[in-house]
Design a protein around this ligand. Structure first.
Ligand SMILES: NC(=O)c1ccc[n+]([C@@H]2O[C@H](COP(=O)([O-])OP(=O)(O)OC[C@H]3O[C@@H](n4cnc5c(N)ncnc54)[C@H](OP(=O)(O)O)[C@@H]3O)[C@@H](O)[C@H]2O)c1
Length: 303
């Protein structure tokens, strides 16, 4: 049975990955995250409470487990926090990746790493392919570009999945995202300001976990774009959420990004070309609307 390490297993993608690989019942799962295990199901896999920036502990554990794959979802993902705490961001988003790469080299491990549309400046007049040159405009984006470069220059088997605006539900419902935030605000009849000048292709966390699984199953190496298949403004995304959940959209106020005074800059428009992922990963192609309906059905089971 293949052994697999999933870092960041308490996070949104990490939790989905543990569940997905458990359901396949064909690998031994080792889940790494900080603090106590925040997943409801603690059976069928081994959880390690580890801060993976503690290099020696990380090295010791990986050398002991000797996995065939590491899926690295752990990261500082709050874009504004990365801008304000750059050293902390670099430690987890860059230096840990360097350590993982060295461990992969020594132990012949395939590394699956998560990256982002924020590696781009969003100014391209057209669709981003995997071959486009990164040009980050935030420290978060820069940290991800640096992690990608470390991987690309190493002699290891790797898969880099770049993804966009991920949404889904974690077990303790203690992590928000665009869908949960808009839904809750409208349910509470709170006015929200949503930007009309940023365009994204939102990604359902389950689909991103599936893409990680497919990259192993199809032995896909290289860089892949993973997202839903239509570009929408964040404002239109919010309207779609209101419509799907039958909520009053009049609480959604359209604004421009500049009005928000955020610490980090965001790319204007990150439309992904999905052809390579559809062809080589066999990634299913879904619209945001379709997956939002699936998410709604999933949420109704918990309410
Ligand atoms: N979410 C998005 O919209 C998005 C978009 C593009 C790309 N991505 C990328 O996709 C990946 C997964 O994202 P996500 O949304 O699942 O992120 P997430 O929910 O923030 O999960 C990241 C996990 O990593 C853990 N972690 C952070 N530092 C750690 C450390 N030093 N030691 C051990 N664990 C640590 C976090 O622990 P705590 O729970 O204790 O904080 C958290 O559980 C990330 O690489 C992210 O950059 C995400």
């Amino acid at each position: 049975m293949d052994k697999i390490i999933i870092t960041g297993s308490n996070g949104l993608l990490g939790q989905k990955l543990v569940k997905l690989f458990l359901s396949k019942n064909d690998c031994e799962i080792h889940a790494f995250s900080r603090g106590e295990n925040r997943m409801t199901n603690t059976d069928g896999y081994t959880y390690y409470n580890i801060d993976i920036t503690e290099k020696e502990n990380l090295e010791q554990l990986v050398n002991k487990i000797q996995p065939r794959y590491i899926i690295n979802t752990a990261a500082m993902t709050n874009v504004d926090a990365c801008e304000l705490q750059q050293l902390e961001c670099d430690l987890i988003n860059v230096e840990v990746v360097d350590t993982l790469v060295r461990l992969c080299e020594i132990n012949n491990i395939h590394l699956i790493h998560l990256s982002t549309d924020f590696v781009f400046d969003g100014q391209k007049n057209g669709i981003y392919t995997e071959e486009d040159s990164p040009n980050p405009i935030s420290h978060y984006g820069l940290s991800k570009v640096r992690s990608e470069k470390i991987i690309l220059s190493a002699d290891i088997k790797y898969t880099i999945l770049r993804t966009v605006l991920v949404y889904g539900l974690v077990d303790r419902k203690d992590r928000s995202n665009i869908v949960l935030w808009v839904k809750k605000s409208l349910e509470d009849k709170m006015q929200i300001n949503v930007v009309t000048d940023q365009f994204r292709m939102p990604t359902y966390a389950e689909d991103l976990a599936e893409a990680c699984y497919l990259s192993i199953k199809n032995k896909a190496v290289g860089i892949y774009n993973v997202s839903s298949n239509e570009l929408m403004s964040i404002y239109d995304i919010a309207l779609e959420i209101a419509d799907t959940f039958d909520l009053d959209a009049s609480y959604i106020n359209p604004i421009e990004t500049s009005a928000l005074n955020l610490a980090a800059k965001r790319p204007f428009r990150t439309e992904f070309d999905l052809k390579k992922s559809i062809r080589l990963l066999s990634l299913p192609s879904y619209s945001f609307k379709e997956r939002l309906q699936v998410f709604k059905n999933q949420l109704s089971m918990f309410e």
